[in-house]
Design a protein around this ligand. Structure first.
Ligand SMILES: NC(=O)c1ccc[n+]([C@@H]2O[C@H](COP(=O)([O-])OP(=O)(O)OC[C@H]3O[C@@H](n4cnc5c(N)ncnc54)[C@H](OP(=O)(O)O)[C@@H]3O)[C@@H](O)[C@H]2O)c1
Length: 372
């Protein structure tokens, strides 16, 4: 396998290093903006060096972002190259175009590192589908949020101190909004549902709420009631109808999720016969993520591409009702559904997920978490 590698940052460099001791693959070109030299590698800014090299059979994309990453990936597929990517934003945004193009051009595509970094989540989900129906999936998919929530809960840090610590350790970006507003988890949920059910979710119908507004007083109220907060994704399929959303959830302190430490991820599926199965590990980081990119490349050498055929757009229905903790606003609607008080927050009677997210969108300072 001769590889054209796009991007030489955290993941790209890690992947390159992991290939050095292998005889079954070699990075022949690297697209990189910096002036670096790598022995026996053509370091370039020109994608055409890769597209026009007939010996390159595989393009590994680790640049991130939508453009030019998607333009390069699309051009690579059109040129008949197999593609591996770790870019969740790209896969989630272009799923509808990507999968049909892969099929049309008869190339192979994998993106295991895009969800769960070093965890073999997507590759396992794909295996589950071969044998049975996925009933439910989701969990802790963002290490930055988990790091913040775990430190607020176990070490009594404020939100801003926990975020600063996450930034100092390189877990959070200078602008943390993709993580703390749930967008990263949302991208990962969309990809997971699409893979699990062979569909393409209508993205605008999948709501996401994050942890930006959480305060120490919320954490204290949860502890008093034996709960710990985690940001989780949820996807469910019942009678052909899919429900999917991202929101903070209050787990009993004895649950596995409540005990996931630091920046780890815990992602779970429920199969129709195998029951609950959870995968736990490093959802990010140079070598864990590069490991899954490498695994995808090995799969390609064996002819194993992702994924099952996408059967087209499906509607999402989030009419299921849950009780919520809400703090930070009050109005007639919230008063009408208030069933209890926890500290400065209220507990609602059962409210549909779609109704709660619509209300939160009108109240941007609110912190909300479901109880189940
Ligand atoms: N880091 C992780 O732990 C992790 C885990 C799972 C998935 N991912 C995904 O993997 C992808 C890469 O992440 P990363 O952390 O490796 O990012 P990164 O460290 O920022 O690396 C991206 C690299 O691509 C280069 N690049 C960007 N645009 C380019 C262009 N137009 N031409 C040439 N080079 C370009 C960047 O160069 P400059 O720095 O010069 O801009 C940088 O070296 C992202 O999609 C991310 O979501 C990352």
């Amino acid at each position: 396998m001769k590889i054209g590698l796009l991007g030489f940052g955290v993941v790209g460099r890690g992947f390159y290093e992991l290939t050095l001791s292998r005889s079954d693959m070699k990075v022949g070109h690297v697209i990189c903006l910096e002036d670096i030299t790598l022995p026996g590698v053509n370091v370039t800014r020109n994608i055409n060096d890769i597209l026009s090299d007939p010996e390159v059979d595989t393009v590994v994309e680790a640049m991130g972002g939508l453009h030019p990453a998607w333009d390069f990936v699309k051009a690579a597929i059109e040129a008949g190259k197999n593609v591996v990517t770790s870019n969740k934003a790209l896969v989630a945004a272009f799923y509808d175009e990507l999968l049909p193009l892969v099929q049309e051009k008869g190339v192979l595509f994998r993106c295991t590192a895009a969800v769960g970094g070093g965890i073999c989540w997507l590759s396992e989900l794909e295996r589950v589908r071969r044998c049975e129906t996925v009933v439910k999936l989701g969990g802790i998919m963002n290490g930055t949020c988990n790091y913040i929530l775990d430190n607020m809960t176990r070490n009594g840090l404020t939100y801003s101190d926990a975020l600063k610590q996450a930034q100092a350790l390189g877990y959070a970006e200078a602008n943390p909004s993709t993580d703390v507003d749930g967008i990263d988890t949302w991208n990962k949920l969309l990809i997971s549902c699409n893979v699990a059910w062979g569909v393409s979710l209508e993205q605008s119908q999948v709501p996401a709420a994050g942890i930006r507004n959480i305060k120490a007083i919320d954490i204290a109220a949860f502890a008093e009631h034996g709960r710990a907060c985690r940001l989780v994704s949820t996807g469910e399929m019942e009678n052909g109808v899919i429900s999917a959303y991202v929101q903070p959830k209050l787990f009993p302190v004895t649950d596995l999720e409540a005990n996931v430490p630091a920046n780890f991820n815990l992602i779970t599926f429920e199969g129709s016969s195998c029951g609950r199965m959870s995968l736990y590990g490093q959802g990010a980081g140079r070598y864990p993520t590069a490991y899954n990119v490498l695994q995808d490349c090995v799969d390609l050498t064996r002819g194993n591409g992702f994924y099952s055929i996408c059967t087209g757009k499906v509607n999402v229905c989030n009419d299921g009702k849950l009780c919520f903790y809400v703090r930070g606003a009050s109005d007639a609607w919230l008063d009408s559904v208030t069933a209890d008080h926890w500290g400065e927050g209220v507990i609602t009677s059962p409210v549909s997920v779609s109704e709660m997210h619509a209300w939160c969108a009108e109240h941007p300072d609110v912190f909300m978490a479901s109880l189940a």
